[in-house]
Design a protein around this ligand. Sequence first.
Ligand SMILES: [Fe+2]
Ligand SMILES: [Fe+2]
Length: 285
Amino acid sequence: MTIDQPLTPERGDGHPIARPRPAQRVETRDPATQNAEDWNLSERFSRARTIGAPRNDSHTHEAFAPMSIQTTNTRRYSPLDDVLISADHALRTLFGRPQTTERTNPAAPLPETELREDQRKHVARLMRINHTGEVCAQALYQGQALTAKLPETRQRMERSAEEENDHLAWCETRLEELGDRKSLLNPLWYAGAFAMGAATGLAGDKWSLGFVVETEHQVESHLNTHLEQIPTHDEKSRAILEQMKVDEIKHAQIAKSAGGADLPSPIRFAMKLTSRIMTRTVYWV
Ligand SMILES: [Fe+2]
Ligand SMILES: [Fe+2]
């Protein structure tokens, strides 16, 4: 068996790429051609295994296998594993390089623009808000993934969660280009959103999906407000927000079609209030 590709290949900008997953891969190794020790190791697992097929009684997490390995694995993780995996996601989101999809940053091919100092500061602060919003989106999806009851729900939301990582990476890149920093409050907002996601996951899938629908609608509304404020010649910032808007609308539709319920008005109001607090504090801190 040879391993000819890295486990997590990287794009040009240093972000690892989430590898597309085949629906099923089947073990093709012939034990007769393997040495005994190697085969005994692989015998710990079944000979034909599926990947990305969550079990009803426990979470499963997929390892990104090198393309040259025709082996697949479905592994059951303990609660401690889940905690460690959640911590890993949190650290990656807050301090590391999130795992993005194959998509490229929509701002990458566009020219940099001249902004007055007051414009640059304002746009950077708006991008900081969007970046924190994406941190919260990651936390929300991770919290829900931990407690969501139906495996189909986790699977359906998986691509949306990966696309939120694209948004996170694009906003971070734009923030750097504008010479500004991420919010210092991100760990706090991550913790809050994670708890919220886990709570809605416990409440039931229709409520957690409904929470996603409402969140995406509110994010779309924020993006519209920001697009009104960003100078028209700042094509880079606008391209990122325009693509995010398209994605957020799609995420809301996916969550709705997966069975998301309409949230009661007091919950929607509380979400708007929380979002207002977040945007007003993150603009400055
Ligand atoms: Fe997003
Ligand atoms: Fe989204």
